[in-house]
Design a protein around this ligand. Structure first.
Ligand code: GLU
Length: 442
């Protein structure tokens, strides 16, 4: 069974980049009939906040990306302890005593010589006595995972194709701080093993972590999951801007963006499939395929999201939006105004054309006479607009714009807007006559 996971650190709101990762993992699981797990990466107690954990859950719920289960790293510390003990017994982790300044200096020296800043494994040269002396001085060690330099690292990446790393070209990663707290690398690998994660799909900023973690899986006696790394999402001006980067789902919701619009865009952005206003998740899931993912960074643009959003709003049926619409609006009202909406919020403004008050328009004397005639001619029927305009066409000889525009202006206070044939029945006979008379007589 396929198991995917989305593993955010609760140190901030989700932004479009990690929403996209969540969505793709969810789609991959759905496509393969598997499970999608939420894993809260909260080992960093200082930076993790409960309010962000709650916001992540709420945002996923709003997006309709429902996890099949949730784990939290802070509740799994004994698992990391156990894995650590086993790796230590197997000689795959070792204590280090360098200070941050010492490490920094070592890096600078290597860089100064034009060499890659790979950790020199100085700590492995310490004798038992030297180690004991450090500890006696009260220096607690931090811990590194010892890469096996004789075990070449390779995997077939679902997006990037064959990947190869020479472990000797990588630093042994620090996995645990001197205060006993965990860095990201080992807990994530332990969780992926114990949660039975089969497919890891994440951003390409994790490629070198994957190289290291593949050796961790093997060292723990586990088969590594299948990996795929997607190109990052960028904003219009290159990197995802601060503003965009910090946009939580609240900001999208406040702007009138529908979750379906965000999902439709992010599902296909950066793939060779066309980005279309597809509200049906089944359709998006069926077409989801890592083979369509490109290697170039995908560009996220607000304007594109707005365009998709408008098209999605135009497809929404009354039942799904009813609770968000102004009082009194019914199905016919929704259908009349829907084609004019950019967002569902706009319904308030357009519905005012029905309920009034409408804006006042100044008319020429000739048009005033015409509108007086219209008030007289107004007859209520199934289709009062077509009845009125054909009567007036005959009686006045007007056609086209001079026939229609003054009527629209008198009835709505605007020169564009919803289809009058749909709108007029909603305005109602008495109110329509009153508006025509007011326009005619001032
Ligand atoms: N917490 C990590 C991050 O947000 C998870 C990376 C992963 O998917 O393993 O980058």
């Amino acid at each position: 069974m396929t198991i995917t996971r989305f593993a955010p650190s609760p140190t901030g709101r989700l932004h479009v980049g990690n929403i996209r990762t969540a969505l793709h993992n969810w789609m991959l699981a759905k496509k393969l009939g598997g499970r999608f797990m939420l894993r809260i990466d909260d080992t960093d107690a200082e930076r993790s906040r409960e309010e962000y954990v709650e916001a992540i859950r709420a945002d996923l719920a709003w997006l309709g990306i429902t996890p099949d289960g949730e784990e939290r790293q802070s509740a799994r510390l004994e698992h990391y302890e156990a894995a650590f003990a086993a790796l230590k017994a197997a000689g795959r982790v070792y204590p280090c005593f360098e200070t941050a300044q010492e490490l920094d200096l070592k890096r600078k020296v290597l860089l100064g010589r034009g060499l890659p800043p790979i950790y020199d494994r100085g700590a492995l040269q310490l004798t038992e006595a030297e180690r004991a002396a450090k500890e006696a001085e009260g220096i607690a060690p931090h811990w590194r995972f010892k890469l096996d330099h004789d075990e070449p690292i390779a995997w077939e990446d679902g997006i990037r194709g064959p990947q190869k790393f020479d472990p000797a070209q990588l630093s042994d990663p620090v996995i645990r701080r001197a205060d006993g707290s965990w860095l990201y690398m080992l807990p994530s690998a332990v969780d992926d093993v114990e949660m039975g994660v089969t497919n890891v799909l994440r951003g390409e900023d994790h490629v070198s972590n994957t190289a290291v973690q593949i050796q961790m899986f093997t060292a723990m006696g586990a088969k590594p999951p299948v990996f795929a790394h997607e190109a990052l999402l960028v904003g219009k001006e290159g990197k995802l801007s601060k503003r965009l980067g910090s946009l939580g789902c609240d900001a999208f919701r406040d702007k009138g963006i529908e979750p379906e619009a965000l999902v439709a865009l992010l599902a296909r952005l950066g793939t060779s499939l066309p980005v279309e206003p597809i509200a049906d998740r089944g359709t998006l899931i069926d077409s989801f395929d890592l083979a369509t993912f490109g290697r170039a960074p995908a560009k996220f643009e607000d304007a594109e999201l707005e365009r998709i959003n408008t098209a999605i709003v135009h497809q929404m049926d009354f039942a799904s939006v009813q609770h968000r619409l102004p009082q009194g609006i019914d199905e016919a009202g929704w259908h009349a105004i829907r084609p004019n909406l950019a967002t569902v919020h706009d319904a308030n403004e357009w519905w005012r054309l029905v309920t009034g008050p409408i804006d006042r328009v100044e008319f020429s004397g000739e048009d005033r006479a015409y509108l007086a005639e219209a008030a007289q001619a107004l007859q209520w029927s199934e289709d009062p607009w077509h009845a009125l305009t054909s009567t007036l066409k005959e009686s006045t000889g007007r056609k086209g714009k001079p026939l229609f525009l003054p009527l629209r202006q008198a009835l709505t206070g605007m020169d564009h807007g919803p289809d009058m044939a749909e709108l007029l029945p909603l305005i109602g006979e008495a109110e329509a006559r009153a508006r025509l008379e007011r326009a005619a007589h001032g």
